[in-house]
Design a protein around this ligand. Structure first.
Ligand code: 48F
Length: 256
């Protein structure tokens, strides 16, 4: 019995990994924007994997605002929540509150159910950059990177990579720093996030969700950071819309 349980896990895990070594889309970061994108892409029939550094996917959702586990969403973004079966409660100004735990778990479940595969506790430490194009991700176990163990990574190739890494925009940073790419921002580099201005931040997150260079897209707070957008705190409508837009842009390119 004991070895059969281990065998079942090992066999299924490696089957999953083998099936996802060559992807349509590699989503880096399981925050709200990455998970909405992953769900939409998988629902459209694309082979999608989400690589998340932490043990629990969900990014910055779980803690709501200052650990009060509720987040706020604009009325017009409710249809995205409804696609995941996540509930909300109306508050003033045409906004709604959402239980942060229901939202995080609902997005995870929805993306997984649509067919996106999660590799949690896995960090993307580099990109594959071939023929002037981002063509995959270089992965390692998060504990290995955290402990700075000298262990070589594995590589997953992908037709498109989505940087959904949040505030640090780690994948765009790698493209600029290591591949010397000029990305699609005003300066051609990382502009850096600006302070809090909710309305502007929400707008910018969606506007700056785009292709940064061949093969590389950006969503969520990573989009704000690369293009110099304002931050917005625990209002999440922009994040959901950003994920949806990223998926649509990627689908358009992959189907061209
Ligand atoms: O930051 P995060 O939640 O992504 P997001 O979609 O959403 C931002 C909001 O949560 C919040 C906000 C809303 O107003 O401002 O901050 O932009 O999640 C990003 C995820 O990416 C993971 C990280 O652990 C987090 O869960 N991540 C970051 N770098 C890497 C990574 C990496 N190199 N490899 C794998 N995962």
């Amino acid at each position: 019995m004991e070895e059969k349980i281990s065998l079942a896990i090992v066999e299924r895990y490696f089957e999953k990994l083998r099936e996802h070594l060559a992807l349509d889309v590699a989503v880096v970061g399981a925050g709200p924007s990455g998970m909405v994108a992953a769900r939409d892409l998988a629902a459209a029939g694309k082979k999608v994997a989400v690589f998340e550094r932490k043990l629990a996917p969900g990014g910055g959702i779980w803690g709501g605002g200052m650990l009060f586990n509720e987040v706020v969403l604009q009325e017009e973004t409710l249809p995205i929540l409804e696609d995941f079966g996540i509930r909300s409660v109306p508050c003033d100004g045409g906004r709604h509150t959402v239980d942060a735990v229901e939202m995080a778990s609902g997005l995870i479940f929805g993306a997984a159910r649509a067919g996106a595969v999660f590799f949690n506790a896995v960090s993307v430490e580099d990109i594959v950059f071939k023929d002037d194009r981002v063509s995959g991700v270089v992965i390692n176990w998060s504990p290995i990177t955290r402990l700075e163990m000298h262990v070589d990574p594995l590589v997953v190739t992908s037709r498109a990579v989505l940087d959904g890494t949040g505030h640090p925009s780690e994948i765009a940073r790698l493209a600029v720093r290591k591949a010397g790419v000029k990305i699609a921002t005003e300066s051609g580099g990382i502009m850096g996030e600006r302070p809090m201005w909710v309305e502007r931040g929400e707008e910018a997150t969606v506007r700056d969700t785009k292709m940064l260079c061949p093969g590389l897209y950006v969503s969520g707070m990573a989009a704000n950071n690369v293009s110099g957008g304002f931050r917005m705190g625990p209002i999440f409508g922009g994040m959901l819309r950003s994920g949806r837009k990223a998926a649509a842009l990627i689908l358009e390119e992959l189907s061209a």
